[in-house]
Design a protein around this ligand. Structure first.
Ligand SMILES: CC(=O)SCCNC(=O)CCNC(=O)[C@H](O)C(C)(C)COP(=O)(O)OP(=O)(O)OC[C@H]1O[C@@H](n2cnc3c(N)ncnc32)[C@H](O)[C@@H]1OP(=O)(O)O
Length: 398
């Protein structure tokens, strides 16, 4: 259990997420993330050095990613060292855990986790292959090749979801019903002129042409889920339960969270009566090609390390790229589908990979504050049949 790492209330933001090939498609994700984070910090107007180390999380290569975290920090006007972290869909979980450990060990005072990604216009790498026939190169499409095959198993991600669904006996009807519920939960965050999202979401200024910028205020590309609309869709895999409506869509976006000491968090908090502690971390790797099952053992480990059970958790958020993720999580942990993922989840708002779990963490914190505090559990799967989870404790009368 961790005891010394805190997140200031409001010490975070997420950009809107835009479906791939939308308004954020033309921007290098590192530059866009650094610019958005810099504008957010300027609005915060925090006294003193805002952060002393930068964990930059990113999963899809962008030009000059070699310089990753130090370049991003320099663009933010803060000349500190940092680390670039690439841990597929648990990149944010890994960054926050590493930042929390650095506080726990007294190595850092206030590391910033900046999570950026752009699935749009994904890079195509040409690897030299001098031993290939005639020196023929090896080419890699960073998005599609990796979604369509884990090199350790050969299986596409959607097949891992179908494997979990088939073994557990989940049906197409359940997958569609879950997608409709997750969409309705997301719509709750849009009520009253997006009141919930405006607690943490900042607009992004993005270049869409040589001389044209747009200001993106809200998510783009979310498809409404209705029973009639979903019924019309074919399964992605023959005989499978998932359609394009019950899986996530690739997206672009960025998010950041500051992790610091209890004292500094109290100084920086938007409301000093709210305290947010990073309590524990869990991780797992499942059987080959069963990726959506991995968040369950990861969540169990995080809960055990926090010394609590699932019933002690006030807010549960999951990264759910496929319906099978939540169907399995609910079945194994004994929670109803409607008991988690209030206000949205990645199945609906999209998946820019590195920032996805950061946004879920932030939404989990905000929901816990609305409920008067409690434990927040965030769990998700990641490439390579892995899963990771974090438990936070939110107090509203600190
Ligand atoms: C660890 C991890 O996180 S693993 C997760 C990794 N990520 C993934 O695996 C991503 C999975 N998703 C995908 O790969 C993408 O959805 C793709 C690439 C297969 C398809 O992307 P796109 O080509 O952009 O498809 P798009 O989102 O437009 O949807 C295709 C069709 O389904 C329809 N559709 C999508 N969602 C819905 C819905 N909820 N209801 C009704 N129709 C829908 C669209 O309208 C579209 O219809 P059209 O072809 O008649 O226009």
């Amino acid at each position: 259990m961790l005891t010394k790492a805190y997140i200031p209330y409001g010490g975070y933001y997420s950009s809107p997420f835009c479906k791939w090939q939308g308004s954020l498609a033309n921007e290098n994700a590192i530059e866009l993330g650094a610019r958005t984070a810099r504008q957010w910090l300027e609005r915060k107007g925090w006294e003193g050095a805002p952060f002393d180390y930068l964990y930059l999380g990113i999963t899809v290569g962008q030009q000059r990613v070699f310089y990753g975290s130090t370049w991003a920090a320099a663009m933010m006007g803060v000349r500190v060292p940092g680390m670039t972290v690439m841990q597929a869909c648990s990149t944010a979980t890994t960054c926050v855990f590493n930042a929390a450990m650095s506080i726990e060990q007294g190595l850092l005072l206030s590391p910033l986790c900046l999570l950026v990604d752009r699935c749009s216009n994904g890079p195509h790498t040409i690897w030299p292959n001098p031993l290939g026939p005639g020196g023929e190169v090896i080419s890699e499409n960073w998005n599609m090749d990796n979604m369509n095959g884990d090199p350790a198993t050969g299986h596409p991600m959607v097949v891992t979801a179908e494997n979990v669904a088939r073994e557990a006996g989940f049906t197409r009807e359940e997958a569609d019903e879950l997608a409709i519920l997750r969409y309705e939960q997301y719509v709750a965050a849009l009520k009253d002129d997006r009141a919930f999202q405006k607690r943490y979401m900042v607009p992004v200024e993005a270049r869409v042409g040589r001389k044209q910028m747009v200001r993106v205020e809200a998510d783009e590309g979310v498809t409404p889920c209705t029973a009639e609309g979903l019924q019309r869709l074919k399964p992605v895999v023959a005989e499978g339960i998932h359609t394009f409506g019950s899986q996530t869509h690739p997206a672009d976006g960025n998010a950041a969270l500051l992790v610091t000491t209890k004292e500094r968090a109290a100084e920086l908090s938007a409301d000093p009566s709210v305290s947010i502690r990073v309590v524990s971390y869990g991780f797992a790797r499942t059987r080959p090609a069963f990726m959506p099952a991995a968040p369950v053992p990861a969540a169990r480990m995080a809960l055990e390390r926090a010394g609590i059970g699932i019933k002690d958790v006030t807010v549960i958020k999951t990264h759910n790229p496929f319906a099978a993720n939540d169907l399995y999580f609910a079945k194994e942990l004994g929670v109803g589908w409607a008991e988690f993922n209030n206000f949205g989840s990645s199945m609906i708002f999209g998946h820019p990979q590195a920032p996805t779990v950061a946004r879920l963490l932030i939404e989990g914190i905000e929901e816990a504050v609305l409920r008067g505090g409690g434990h927040v559990l965030v769990a998700g799967c990641a490439a390579g049949d892995t899963g990771a989870a974090l438990v936070l404790k939110v107090d509203t009368a600190a």
